[in-house]
Design a protein around this ligand. Sequence first.
Ligand code: GUN
Length: 310
Amino acid sequence: MNVLPHLKSYLCATKLIQMKLLDGKATAIAIKQELAQAVKDRKAAGKKIPHLAAILVGTDGGSMTYVAAKVKACEECGFESTLIRYDDSVSEETLLRRVQQLNEDSSIDGFIVQLPLPAHIDEMKVTLAIDPKKDVDGFHPFNVGNMVLNLPGFLSATPAGIMELMHRNDIVTEGKHCVIIGRSNIVGTPLSIMLTRNTNPGNCTVTLTHSHTQNLRDICLTADILIAALGQPEFVTADMIKPGAVVIDVGTSRIEDATKKSGWRLAGDVKFDEVAPKCSFISPVPGGVGPMTIASLMINTLKAMDLKGK
Ligand code: GUN
C-alpha cells in the first residue's frame, strides 16, 4: 500500500504541511514573457506579429475590466490589439456584420466577443458567426467538438489556463478524483472533458456537479482536486474539503466592501481563509485563474497566426 497520500493528508490536517499558493499572476507573467520572446523572434525573421481584436458591448464593470486586461496583455506580449466598442443598444444585425468583417480582415488573427451580451442579442448566434479559425476563445461548436475528440483546435481559455496552472505547478492529476462545481459552457463542462483525457494533466476521474446535485458536501469531501466554478461568492467552506486537496477557485464576483474606495471587492467561490489551511495547493482570487485565462487567450492568438502560416 502506498502510504504517502495518507501521510500527506494527515500532515495537512495537523497543519504540519505547508499549503502552496497556485500563483496564477506569476505563472501568467512567465507565459507572457515567453510569448514576447516568440514575437521578438518572429519580428527578427521579418514575420507578422499577432493581432487580437475584442468586441465589447455596453459598460458592465466586470466586462470592461476583463477586456482592458486583455488589451494590456497584448501590449505586454508585443501583440497588436484592436478594441471595438458598442453601446448596449447595438442591434444584433450590426454586431453580426462586424463579426463578419473581422472574419474577412486578414490583418486580424483572432478575435473575441466579450460575454455576456445584452438580452436582445442571441449569444449563440454571435458565437456561430465567428470563423472557427479566428475563435481564440474556443467557444464555437467546431472548436468544442474538436476539443471533445482531442483534435487540434482552440481550447477555451479558462479551462486551458487551469490545466496550464496545474501543469506548471507539477500537480499530479493521474488517477485522482476531481470534483467540479458548476457545468457552464465556458468552464465546468469543457474542463470536465479536458481532465478526463489521456494527457498530463488529465487522466482524472471527474464528477461534474451542478445545482441539482444531491449531497454535494459529501461528494466534495472525496475530491483530491476541487474546482469551484459556480459563481457564488465564498460557497465552498472548510467542511467540504478533504485534507490535502488541491482547490482551484474560478469565481470572480464583485461584493460590497465599504473599506474599499470602489465600494466593492472581488470574491472567489471559495472561503479562502478557512479553506487554505486544509489544502496542499489553492489558487487565490484575485491572482489565480483570472490571469491564466488571459495568458491562454494570448497563447491561442499566437497559435491562430501560426495556423495561417504567416
Ligand atoms: N466572459 C467571461 N469570461 C469570458 C471569456 O473567457 N471570454 C469572453 N469572450 N467572454 C467572457
